[in-house]
Design a protein around this ligand. Structure first.
Ligand SMILES: Nc1ncnc2c1ncn2[C@@H]1O[C@H](COP(=O)(O)OP(=O)(O)OP(=O)(O)O)[C@@H](O)[C@H]1O
Ligand SMILES: [Mg+2]
Length: 411
């Protein structure tokens, strides 16, 4: 973190080994502390010790500068001399001491598993891309830093390729345990993540929802392997038998609860479950919306519907149909159903008035509010083409940067 330098500080230039500097950068970001304050505290703690702690490997130390309260560096220099250690060694010890005394925070996990239902019966608006991107952002490694679009996230992003820069901040990953559910028989999410759909005739989510399970649902879940996700990002793959889901559900008792019944045994292993809905408004959609309803003891806005739209007129008609289905379900079954927000995807301001006026119309809705405006970005299409998770294909790209902002906006 950086903050304006107070006038009572003086600039000091010394050296730190790169690994220690990196640890300091990550830990201060995790604790949301300024680097200069951490160094200030570390030196104060080091000077207060009865004797110098064990030495630190400072080989390869590189130039490091920071700002300290006036006079602190001078007295540190004197203490180092008295202890017979070099300034570089003393500073490395002070920083190591601060790191020891300020451990990384543990990830705050929700007490009720969060359920995010990514929906819109309009096809091709980006539901699957947003499901995958949000899940990847939520599962990212909390012990390293990743670029996030900050501050201007409500502003309309510059047109792709316009060269304008966004405000970026390096932040620790969110470290959530995430289950992505491919609830669309087309299996796009499964394929995009480089996985295979489940074979027809075997066990599947459809079988579990229809009350015809052939084994534990957990046996069907696959991890999405990558160092940045650890073992936190999992997928329940699609099976083409889901094309018949509505028919198979027609004889099931309390069928709107069928997705919840199927997924409940998995929930204790996850912090967040994200449902990638098909482009339809059938019974399966009712089951997904029911699954996202607010549970007893759950904070408003922790779970609910995340609606992906585009800045064009046909999206508005689709949106009206979707919200009326959600409202009917809410009224018929007396449910609390929250909207997590609207994602305006594939935005291209170069399309002029149609794009800008439609975007304004989405913004004017207010509830649900627009939680992200995502431009039409080539790396998203490329990641799909090469069947790699976006965050593996282009972890520093604009799309990943926007997805991290979205994940934080709805957290
Ligand atoms: N922000 C984006 N920039 C560029 N391409 C995108 C973006 N979002 C989605 N796409 C691409 O647009 C296409 C449709 O996206 P996606 O499959 O996510 O939509 P969908 O709403 O899930 O579609 P369906 O209704 O068929 O399930 C995909 O090729 C995807 O990679
Ligand atoms: Mg899709």
């Amino acid at each position: 973190m950086t903050s304006p330098t107070p006038s009572d500080r003086e600039k000091v230039v010394s050296k730190l080994p790169p690994w220690l500097r990196q640890e300091l950068k990550i830990r201060t970001a995790q604790l949301r502390v300024d680097i200069q304050d951490a160094v200030h505290q570390g030196i104060a703690q080091w000077s207060a010790l009865a004797s110098a702690p064990s030495s630190v490997d400072t080989s390869g130390a590189e130039s490091f500068s920071t700002w300290l309260p006036a006079g602190q560096w001078e007295s540190f220099r004197a203490d180092a001399r008295d202890r017979g250690v070099s300034l570089i060694q003393g500073l490395a010890q002070a920083v190591s001491l601060w790191l020891e005394m300020n451990p990384a925070p543990t990830v705050q996990r929700p007490s009720v598993v969060r359920r995010i239902v990514v929906c819109n019966q309009k096809g091709g608006v980006g539901k699957t891309a947003i499901t995958a991107g949000t899940g990847e952002a939520l599962a990212e490694d909390p012990d390293s830093l990743h670029p996030v679009r900050v501050a201007r996230q409500f502003a309309v992003p510059p047109a792709a390729g316009s060269g304008s820069s966004l405000d970026l901040e390096d932040l620790p990953g969110l470290g959530m345990r995430v289950l992505l559910v491919d609830f669309d028989p087309q299996g796009h999410l499964t394929k995009q993540l480089g996985q295979q759909p489940l074979p027809i005739g075997g066990d599947s989510l459809t079988c579990h929802m229809a009350g015809e399970a052939k084994g534990p649902l957990a046996d069907l879940v696959v991890p999405i392997p990558d160092e940045r996700f650890g073992d936190r990002l999992h997928l329940l793959p699609a099976c083409t038998d889901a094309f018949l889901l509505d028919v198979r559900l027609s004889t099931v008792r309390a069928r709107e609860a069928s997705l919840e019944r199927a997924l409940t045994p998995l929930e204790s292993d996850y912090d967040v479950v994200i449902i990638d809905c098909p482009p339809s408004l059938g019974l399966s959609m009712d089951a997904a919306i029911y699954y996202g309803r607010r549970r007893e003891n759950e904070q408003p806005g922790a779970s609910g519907a995340l609606i992906v739209v585009q800045a064009e007129d046909s999206s508005a008609d689709a949106y009206d149909l979707l919200t009326s289905q959600i409202n009917d379900l809410r009224d018929d079954l007396s449910l609390d159903i929250d909207y997590l927000g609207l994602v305006v995807n594939l935005y291209d301001g170069r399309r002029g008035f149609i794009a800008t006026s439609s975007l304004q119309a989405w913004m004017d809705i207010k509830d649900p509010r627009v939680v992200a405006v995502v431009p039409d970005l080539k790396e998203q299409r490329e990641a799909v083409r090469v069947k790699q998770p976006l965050f593996v294909y282009a972890p520093k790209g604009d799309q990943a940067v926007a997805m991290r902002a979205l994940a934080r906006e709805i957290s």
